[in-house]
Design a binder for this molecule. Structure first.
Ligand code: F3S
Length: 429
């Protein structure tokens, strides 16, 4: 077979079966995938810990399970251990009624079997299920310049932008194949050229923009292009501290889901912008100005997908992507103040916050954990989107401050302050 990209002797030998038939197929898939995107070569993965997007065992995904079996039969594993997106279910903290449970049982029938398969090919451990794998507590943290084989759009955009690593927005299985082969095709966001900005975004607002609305506005405007954002360092500072991590995590997830952004640069803050400044911007870059009015226009454009548009919210998800320790702590203070204002002891709407298992384990030692629980909040580590995928849970009037969850489900997006008011029992105007 003719391949378009340049391959080394070692890679050609693998394609010819030097490491077995299954490994040859794994590499062939990567080469064919790279050829489609015009990749000139394969390059070694330098950050060996992967992050997989497919964490759920939906019974319909038979080709996935049989491919996993073939990898296992051939004794193939990833070189480093990998993390994976959150699990779909956690009945202890995310209670479901009988019908919903039946729905989930049918949908995620293969969950246990699939997790066994993941373990055999290189899953890190039981706590490895989170989309925010790059947080300190989870510790899957690439260095600047590292080449990755990850999927999960919110993690890829974070790794590229905030950590300065290099990764394309891979699809499920391609990231696993890259980890097993130890190579990924060289194109797009792996190249200097692919990391240049085609958009100059100027944030010109009177206050710090809501991360998820700003990300949504930029994502919808630039789609898959790279934006270079001016004016945010005024609000976030010039160092990546805990607040900046939380903000950029949520901002990036919104750019990646409301558009298809895989990398953004924040002037004066993110590593490449600090190092290379506006030399990263294409000469003919387009300009997008963000004002208070523009953010309000975008916010008002979100359609309400509830069956009963006048329903009272009965479930709230906060934490898509998974919350940082600082966010859990800040939400505790915010809800405490909100409940004080409404004179309530517990939240008025069932509220579930999601965070990585490792962050939860650490937070459980904090007195704010007990406080949040006593205010009626549940802390889980599931993916809220997978919960809302169930036809039985679709009828719920779910509110969220996640623009990703809003985009892919029928949940209604509310700003942080509004979410807090609603869950604390205050009527919105
Ligand atoms: Fe994470 Fe699931 Fe949201 S993977 S970003 S919690 S949709």
């Amino acid at each position: 077979m003719e391949y378009k990209m340049q391959l080394t002797d070692e890679q050609l030998a693998i394609l010819n079966g030097s490491r077995g038939e299954t490994m040859a197929k794994v590499l062939k898939t990567l080469v064919m995938y790279g050829d489609i995107f015009g990749a000139e070569k394969l390059v070694p993965v330098t950050h060996k810990e992967g992050h997989l997007v497919t964490s759920f065992g939906i019974a319909l995904m038979k080709p996935l399970f049989s491919t996993m079996d073939k990898l296992i039969d051939a004794g193939l594993t990833t070189e480093g251990k990998f993390t994976v997106d959150p699990r779909p279910l956690e009945y202890e903290n995310v209670k479901c009624n009988l019908l919903e449970k039946i729905g989930f049982h049918v949908m995620y029938k293969k969950q246990k079997d699939y997790e066994e398969q993941l373990k055999k090919v290189g899953l890190r451990n039981e706590k490895a299920f989170s989309c925010a794998c790059y947080l300190d507590e989870v510790g899957n943290i690439p260095k600047e310049g590292d080449i990755l084989s990850w999927a999960e759009s919110s993690a890829v955009v974070y790794a590229n932008s905030v950590l300065g690593a290099r990764c394309n927005r891979n699809s499920g299985m391609i990231e696993l194949f890259g980890l097993i082969a130890g190579y990924v095709p060289y194109f797009g966001l792996l190249t200097d050229e692919g990391r240049r900005a085609k958009w100059k975004v100027i944030v010109n607002t009177t206050k710090k923009p809501e991360a998820q609305i700003l990300g949504s506005a930029i994502g919808m405007k630039v789609m898959e292009d790279v934006p270079y954002v001016y004016g945010l360092d005024k609000y976030l500072g010039n160092e990546i501290n805990d607040d900046a991590i939380s903000y950029l995590k949520d901002f990036g997830a919104a750019t990646a889901s409301n558009g298809a952004v895989g990398l953004y640069h924040i002037d004066g803050l993110t590593p490449e912008a600090k190092r290379l400044g506006d030399s990263l911007i294409e000469d003919d870059a387009q300009v997008y100005e963000i004002t208070d009015e523009e953010l309000e226009r975008v916010y008002k454009s979100y359609p309400l997908m509830w069956k009963n548009k006048d329903a009272k919210p009965n479930l709230c998800f906060i934490g898509c992507p998974h919350l940082t320790y600082k966010q859990l702590s800040d939400w505790c203070d915010k809800i405490e103040a909100g409940l004080k204002a409404t004179g309530r002891k517990k939240v008025a709407v069932r509220t579930i916050m999601t965070t990585p298992p490792d962050v939860k384990a650490k937070f459980m030692k904090d007195e704010k954990y007990g406080k949040l629980i006593s205010m009626g909040v549940k802390i889980a580590s599931i993916c809220p989107l997978m919960y809302t995928n169930n036809p039985m849970t679709k009828g719920r009037a779910i509110i969220t401050n996640s623009n990703k969850l809003r985009t892919y489900s029928v949940a209604k997006y509310l700003k942080d302050d509004d979410i807090c008011d609603v869950i604390c029992g205050k009527e919105l105007n």
